[in-house]
Write a protein that binds this ligand. Structure first.
Ligand code: SF4
Length: 125
């Protein structure tokens, strides 16, 4: 459900982050293993491919936020990657997304989104 609210005018993520959702195709979505060992669904991009190939390493550990994350062996700093992505710097980050996120095809207001959700709900009754 949270995925639908990313592509709204009110979401405070950078427009590039929102557009990554709008432009995402079904085949762009993959399952990654985060540096803390948990799987997550994400829009695959150059950053994640580089991380997968061992070409990314954390330059520092700015927040010491996760006890199970060790800078020395982590493929990247997930905190920095998510902050970069939110700021629109997707060359140094990535976006998590829901399984049906590829269906998001435009940025709308939250009001419009609720109207759409309400209509979709009624269609399921
Ligand atoms: S995610 Fe980044 S800031 Fe957090 S513990 Fe790992 S390297 Fe440090």
């Amino acid at each position: 459900m949270a995925t639908r609210f990313v592509a709204t005018n009110e979401c405070d993520a950078d427009i590039a982050f929102k557009n990554a959702y709008v432009q995402c195709k079904k085949e762009d979505i993959g399952i990654i293993t985060s540096p803390v060992g948990l799987p997550g669904r994400a829009i695959m991009n150059g950053f994640l491919n580089e991380a997968k190939n061992g070409e990314r390493h954390p330059k520092s550990c700015p927040f010491h936020c996760i006890t199970t994350c060790k800078k020395e062996i982590s493929p990247y700093c997930i905190s920095a990657a998510l902050i970069n992505a939110c700021k629109g710097k997707l060359e140094n980050g990535f976006a998590f997304i829901g399984a049906n996120g590829y269906k998001v095809n435009k940025i709308v207001s939250v009001k419009e989104l609720f109207e759409t959700l309400s209509m979709e709900y009624r269609q399921c009754e």
